[in-house]
Each structure stands twice: as structure tokens, then as C-alpha cells.
Design a protein around this ligand. Structure first.
Ligand SMILES: NC(=O)c1ccc[n+]([C@@H]2O[C@H](COP(=O)([O-])OP(=O)(O)OC[C@H]3O[C@@H](n4cnc5c(N)ncnc54)[C@H](OP(=O)(O)O)[C@@H]3O)[C@@H](O)[C@H]2O)c1
Length: 245
């Protein structure tokens, strides 16, 4: 297989929503689940998110626990997994776009994503991103690749990560990116923390968004485990994904 193992993890409400309709990164995970996700991050070579999650939340995607980071270093691994973002167009101006720093130079958005670490950072985008934006990211030490005209070729992304020595990738959302990965047969395992709440809202993001799958094309899952996870009533479900030949 010339791609890494691809593991998807999400926190979801009992009605399948991964955020409320307000799309402000609503809290869903319990404290115990956050600890579990930190351990999950500490076990992989890279953590990957989609463009809207990246721009709206500027996640730092690092391992929080100093002990887990030290354990990675003891194993001869980098202190944090690499961070990977998939984004069709990095905006040049506007709320998330480039700004001028004190010296009048261009400063890229995504402060936490770029600077918290130490961690390697990869951004895969398309030719829609302006050249000055690409060079601002390169100056910031980001491995930025413009792949494709309007959509990033996700198969090529994982091939390129594999060539860079990355053997396992934890995908942390959002729903549009996850749906794309399922459509392309690029998910190996799915872990869902289900919180005992309902967000509702037709426009609230769900685990797999976009246009959905016809029943005959719906990805199949094989249950690996299910457990009552914490004192808050959360459930943890772990599936293997059945790959169609
Ligand atoms: N509960 C959880 O575990 C969890 C985790 C993460 C995120 N979330 C939530 O999920 C929501 C965000 O999800 P979302 O579905 O709106 O967005 P998303 O999946 O984070 O990002 C989707 C965007 O990524 C870009 N993208 C994906 N595949 C691409 C490809 N092949 N080529 C080019 N660009 C590609 C596109 O950007 P363009 O639009 O620019 O084309 C697309 O709109 C937020 O509300 C966030 O809070 C929840």
C-alpha cells in the first residue's frame, strides 16, 4: 500500500452532529475523551484536518501531555506528529487571510496551526491559492504544495505523505473532508465518541457531509468494539472500514 494507514476520529452528538448549526467548534468531548484523543495523536505520524476546520478553528493539533511527548522522543519519534491541512484556496485577504506584520512583511493566518510544536507542517492546496500566499507560507517554514487546479488530489496527498515516511494519519475532521475520504476508499478505521446530547439543525455539520452516498455506494463498517466510556454517559465506538474491491 503506497499510502499511510488512515484513521478517522470524531466526537459526535447522539444525532450525528459534529458541531452545532452555529459552527463555532461546540464542545462535544468529555475530559476523558480529550485525554484519549491526546493518546491517539501521540500514537500516529501525522494529524490531518480539512480547510474549514483549519480556518475557523486554527487548531494547534499538538500532543498536550508532556509525558506522552517525552515518550515519543524516547522512541526516537518527533515530539509531535506532523500537522497536515487540506484547503482548496488559502485566502489572500479577509478575516483569515494574510496580514502585514510590524516590519510590513506578509504574515500568514493560522497562527496556532503553524507555530505550536515543534512539528512539521504540511499544507496541500490548489492553484487557486495566490502565489504570494504560497510564498508567505514557505517563508514560515511550511511544506506547502499546490496540487491540482480546483480540488486537491487526496490520493496524491497520501502518496506524498507516505513518500515523506508518514505511515499513519489521524484525520480529525471535518465532515466534508471525511465524506471525501470515504468516497475515495481512503479510510481504514473510524472511531466515534458519542456524547449524550442532541444538537439538531439541518445545517449543522455531521460525520460525513457534502452530497451523501446512494445506499448501494454507502461505505460498509465492521464493528471492532463498543464501550460505555465515561461517567458523562459517553460511548466509544470503533469500526473497521470495509474496502470495496
Ligand atoms: N466534533 C469533531 O470531532 C470535529 C472535528 C473537526 C471539525 N469539526 C467541525 O466540523 C466543521 C467543519 O467541517 P466542514 O465539513 O464544514 O469542513 P472541513 O471538512 O473541515 O473542510 C472542508 C473544506 O476542506 C477543503 N477540502 C476538503 N477536501 C478537499 C479537496 N479534495 N480539495 C480541496 N479542498 C478540499 C474544502 O475547502 P473549500 O471550501 O475551500 O473548497 C472544503 O470545503 C466545524 O464546525 C468544526 O467545528 C468537528
Amino acid at each position: 500500500m503506497n499510502r499511510p494507514l488512515i484513521l478517522v476520529n470524531v466526537a459526535m452528538t447522539a444525532d450525528g452532529k459534529i458541531d452545532s448549526a452555529a459552527r463555532k467548534g461546540a464542545a462535544i468531548s468529555s475530559i476523558a475523551d480529550k485525554r484519549r484523543v491526546d493518546e491517539f495523536r501521540a500514537s500516529v505520524d501525522a494529524v490531518l484536518v480539512g480547510g474549514r476546520t483549519l480556518l475557523n478553528e486554527d487548531p494547534n493539533l499538538t500532543v498536550k501531555s508532556a509525558e506522552l511527548r517525552a515518550e515519543r522522543l524516547r522512541k526516537g519519534w518527533p515530539e509531535n506528529p506532523a500537522k497536515v491541512g487540506i484547503i482548496s484556496e488559502i485566502p489572500a485577504i479577509g478575516a483569515h487571510g494574510l496580514r502585514l506584520d510590524d516590519a510590513g512583511g506578509l504574515r500568514p493566518p493560522l497562527r496556532q496551526f503553524l507555530t505550536s510544536g515543534p512539528a512539521k507542517v504540511y499544507l496541500f492546496t490548489t492553484r487557486c491559492t495566490a502565489p504570494e500566499v504560497l510564498s508567505a507560507f514557505k517563508t514560515a517554514g511550511v511544506k506547502v504544495h499546490a496540487m491540482g487546479q480546483e480540488r486537491v488530489d487526496l490520493v496524491a496527498v497520501f502518496r506524498s505523505l507516505h513518500e515523506a515516511g508518514i505511515r499513519s494519519v489521524l484525520v480529525e475532521g471535518g465532515g466534508t473532508l471525511i465524506a471525501d475520504l470515504f468516497r475515495l476508499g481512503l479510510v481504514d478505521e473510524l472511531t466515534i465518541y458519542i456524547a449524550p446530547k442532541i444538537f439538531g439543525g439541518a445545517s449543522a455539520p455531521s460525520l460525513a457531509d457534502d452530497s451523501g452516498f446512494l445506499p448501494e455506494q454507502a461505505p460498509g463498517l465492521k464493528l471492532k468494539s463498543v464501550e460505555k466510556f465515561d461517567d458523562e454517559g459517553g460511548i466509544l465506538v470503533h469500526y473497521f472500514v470495509e474496502h470495496m474491491e
